[in-house]
Ligand binder design. Structure first.
Ligand code: ZN
Length: 219
C-alpha cells in the first residue's frame, strides 16, 4: 500500500549505544545557548567585512539564533518516543507499510547549509506491530533536525524502524537537494542525491528488495 502524507523528521539510537559514550537518556544534550549563537553570528558578520551594527543587521544575530534552535531541535528529541506509539494491526500485518513523499528539511553538517527533499520509508512489521503514519513522518523529522549527512539520515531512519518497531525489514530512500552544491562550489543546479538504506529481509532477500524499492520509487 502506498500513502502520501505531509512531512515530518528524528535521533540516533545506534550512536547513543556506542561504547565509551556516557548514556544520554536522562542527561540529553544541553539547551541551546541563544546568546552564544548571537555573539558568534556578530563575529561572522564582522569577519566577512560587514558592519553588524548597521540597521538592517541589528536583529540578525537574534534571528539566526532562533532559526538554529529550530533547525537543530532534533538533537533534543528521541524518535523512540514517537515510535513507542504502537498498535497491533487487525489483519496480522504481514504486508509492508509504505509511506512515500515525506518532505524534510535538514542541515548539511559540512557547510551548515540546508539540504531538502523527500524521504520514502517502508517497513515489514513483526507480529503485526505497526505505528501510525504520522509517527513515521515524525521520526524522519527528528533525525533531519540536526547537523546531518544525507547518508546518515537515511541509515538512522532505517535503524530506528528496526530498533523501535522490531520490524522484520526496513527500506528507506532519501532524495535530497543540497544548497551547498547549488549555491556555491560546483553550482550544480539540478543535482539530486539519492541514498538508500536496507535492513533485515530487504537487505537479505533479493526479490523483496526489488519489490520494495520499486514501491518506494513510485514505480
Ligand atoms: Zn554541504
Amino acid at each position: 500500500m502506498t500513502f502520501a502524507l505531509a512531512p515530518s523528521v528524528t535521533c540516533p539510537p545506534d550512536v547513543r549505544r556506542l561504547p565509551g559514550r556516557a548514556p544520554q537518556a536522562d542527561a540529553g544534550p544541553p539547551e541551546v545557548d541563544l546568546p552564544r549563537i548571537e555573539a558568534a553570528v556578530r563575529e561572522i558578520l564582522a569577519a566577512v567585512g560587514e558592519d553588524p551594527d548597521r540597521e538592517g543587521l541589528l536583529d540578525t544575530p537574534a534571528r539566526v539564533a532562533r532559526a538554529y534552535r529550530d533547525l537543530f531541535a532534533g538533537l533534543r528529541e528521541d524518535p523512540g518516543v514517537h515510535l513507542a506509539r504502537q498498535f497491533e494491526h487487525e489483519t496480522g500485518g504481514d504486508d509492508a507499510v509504505v509511506l512515500r513523499n515525506i518532505e524534510f528539511s535538514s542541515t548539511c553538517e559540512h557547510h551548515l547549509l540546508p539540504f531538502l527533499g523527500r524521504a520514502h520509508v517502508a517497513y515489514l512489521p513483526a507480529d503485526g506491530r505497526v505505528t501510525g503514519l504520522s509517527k513515521l513522518a515524525r521520526t524522519v523529522d527528528v533525525f533531519a533536525r540536526r547537523p546531518q549527512l544525507q547518508e546518515r539520515l537515511t541509515s538512522q531512519i532505517a535503524d530506528a524502524l528496526m530498533g523501535h518497531l522490531g520490524a522484520r525489514g526496513a527500506a528507506v530512500v532519501v532524495e535530497g537537494e543540497h544548497l551547498c552544491m547549488r549555491s556555491r562550489g560546483a553550482r550544480k543546479r539540478d543535482a539530486m542525491m539519492v541514498t538508500t538504506a536496507l535492513r533485515g529481509v530487504y537487505r537479505d532477500d533479493k526479490a523483496l528488495r526489488k519489490e520494495i524499492l520499486g514501491l518506494l520509487r513510485g514505480k
